[in-house]
Design a protein around this ligand. Structure first.
Ligand code: NAD
Ligand code: ZN
Ligand code: ZN
Length: 347
C-alpha cells in the first residue's frame, strides 16, 4: 500500500510503498477514507535530530477516518464495514484520566511508550492503518468522512479549548481568535455555535480573514503590532474575555497578553514555541488565567462530530490524492491552504 512517511530528519515527506499492516490482538485495521494534514506535522518535521522523539521512518497523519477492514483477535465493539473516526491522543486506558475519556491527559502514556497515530505510531496518511483499540473509534453515524477527518483534531482541539472558557463567554463578551487556519476557522464556528460572544479574528493574510468572515467572525483584524490596540478599541478599552492563540509565537502571544481583559483567559493552542510571563508585575491584567491545552477528550470528539452532523460546524476543505500529499504539505508550509487539507488515500 502507499503511505506518506517522514523518513529522515530534515528531509521532505515521501510517498512510499509498504506492506498492508496486520491488526494484532485487540487491534483494529481501518481502510483509511480521509486523513487531514495539521501544522503540527510541519513542526515535528522541523525538529532537530538529537531531540527527535519518534522512531523513523514514521507514517504521518493524526487526523484519520476510515472503514473497519479487519479485527484482531479479541477486538470487539466494532464490525467490518463500520465507518469510524479515530480518536488520536491514545492513553493507557486504565488510569483516572483515561477512565474519564481524557486520554489526552493520561500521565502514563509517554512512560509506557504509547504514542498517537502519526505522532510516533503509524498514522492515517496511508491506505490502511492499525488502531490500538476499538475504544479509540467513534462511529460516524452518517457523517461525511471528508468532513469528519479535520474534526478529530482541528475541530476537537478548539472545542476542548473553548469549553474550558465557556462561563466567561457571556452576552456582551468578546473572544479573539489568532490564526484562522485549519483549527482557527473551526474555532470561529464553534464560538458562534456555543456562545453569544462577539468573535474577533486575526490573521496575517487577507484571504484567511475573508474565510473568517465567511464562517462567522464579527470582526477581522490584520495581526500586527497594532492589533491589540484595535481589540481594545473594539471593546471600549476592556479587552477580550478570551483570547485563543492558534499560532503561539512571541509576536502573537504579545498581542494575546495585551488584548486580554481583567479576569480573562489566554489559551495558547499554537505550538510556535513562544512564551509569556504570568505573575504580578508581568504586565497581565489582574486575575488572567493562561493555559496551553492539548487536543481533547473522547467525549468531546463525540460532541464535535454531533455538531457537524447537525450542520452547525463544517470544515472548509481542499482535497489531495495521496501522491500529492507532499505537495499539500509544501502549500501548508507556504500559508497557501484555506481551511484544512484532506488527503483521500483511495482517490
Ligand atoms: P494552519 O497553518 O492551518 O493555520 C495557521 C494560521 O495562522 C494561518 O492562517 C496563518 O496565516 C496564521 N498565522 C501565521 N502567523 C500569524 C500571525 N503572526 N498572526 C496571526 N495569524 C498568523 O495551522 P493549524 O493546523 O490550524 O495549526 C495551528 C497551530 O495549532 C499550530 O501551531 C499547530 O501545531 C497547533 N496545534 C496544536 C494542538 C494542541 O493540541 N495544542 C493541536 C493541533 C494543532
Ligand atoms: Zn494536529
Ligand atoms: Zn491513562
Amino acid at each position: 500500500m502507499k503511505a506518506v512517511q517522514y523518513r529522515t530528519v530534515g528531509a521532505a515527506p515521501e510517498v512510499v510503498e509498504v506492506p498492508v499492516p496486520e491488526p494484532g490482538p485487540g487491534q483494529v485495521l481501518l481502510k483509511v477514507t480521509a486523513a487531514g494534514l495539521c501544522h503540527s506535522d510541519l513542526a515535528v518535521m522541523s525538529w532537530p535530530g538529537e531531540q527527535f522523539p519518534y522512531p523513523l521512518p514514521m507514517t504521518l497523519g493524526h487526523e484519520g477516518v476510515g472503514t473497519v477492514a479487519a479485527l484482531g483477535t479479541g477486538a470487539t465493539g466494532v464490525a467490518e464495514g463500520d465507518d469510524v473516526a479515530v480518536y488520536g491522543p491514545w492513553g493507557c486506558g486504565r488510569c483516572r484520566k483515561c477512565a474519564q475519556g481524557k486520554e489526552n491527559c493520561c500521565p502514563h502514556a509517554a512512560g509506557l511508550g504509547i504514542m498517537p497515530p502519526g505522532l510516533g505510531s503509524p498514522g492515517a496518511l496511508a491506505e490502511y492503518m492499525v488502531v490500538d483499540s476499538p475504544r479509540h473509534l467513534v462511529p460516524l453515524n452518517g457523517l461525511d468522512p471528508v468532513q469528519a477527518a479535520p474534526l478529530t483534531d482541528a475541530g476537537l482541539t478548539p472545542y476542548h479549548a473553548i469549553r474550558a472558557s465557556l462561563r466567561k463567554l457571556v452576552p456582551g463578551s468578546t473572544a479573539v481568535v489568532i490564526g484562522v487556519g485549519g483549527l482557527g476557522h473551526l474555532a470561529v464556528q464553534l464560538l458562534r455555535a456555543l456562545t453569544p460572544a462577539r468573535v474577533v479574528a486575526l490573521d496575517v493574510s487577507k484571504e484567511k480573514l475573508e474565510l473568517a468572515r465567511a464562517v462567522g467572525a464579527h470582526e477581522t483584524l490584520l495581526s500586527d503590532d497594532g492589533a491589540a490596540v484595535r481589540v481594545r478599541e473594539l471593546t471600549s478599552g476592556i479587552g477580550a474575555e478570551v483570547v485563543l492563540d492558534f499560532v503561539g509565537v512571541e509576536a502573537t502571544l504579545a498581542v494575546a497578553a495585551a488584548s486580554v481583559a481583567v479576569a480573562g483567559d489566554v489559551t495558547v493552542v499554537g505550538i510556535g514555541g513562544g512564551t509569556f510571563a504570568v505573575g504580578f508585575g508581568g504586565g497581565l491584567p489582574f486575575e488572567v488565567s493562561a493555559s496551553a491545552p492539548y487536543w481533547g477528550s473522547r467525549g468531546e470528539l463525540v460532541e464535535v462530530l454531533e455538531l457537524a452532523r447537525q450542520g452547525v460546524v463544517s470544515s472548509h476543505i481542499e482535497t489531495f490524492t495521496i501522491e500529492d500529499a507532499p505537495l499539500a504539505y509544501e502549500r501548508l508550509h507556504a500559508g497557501k491552504i484555506s481551511g484544512r487539507v484532506v488527503v483521500l488515500p483511495h482517490g
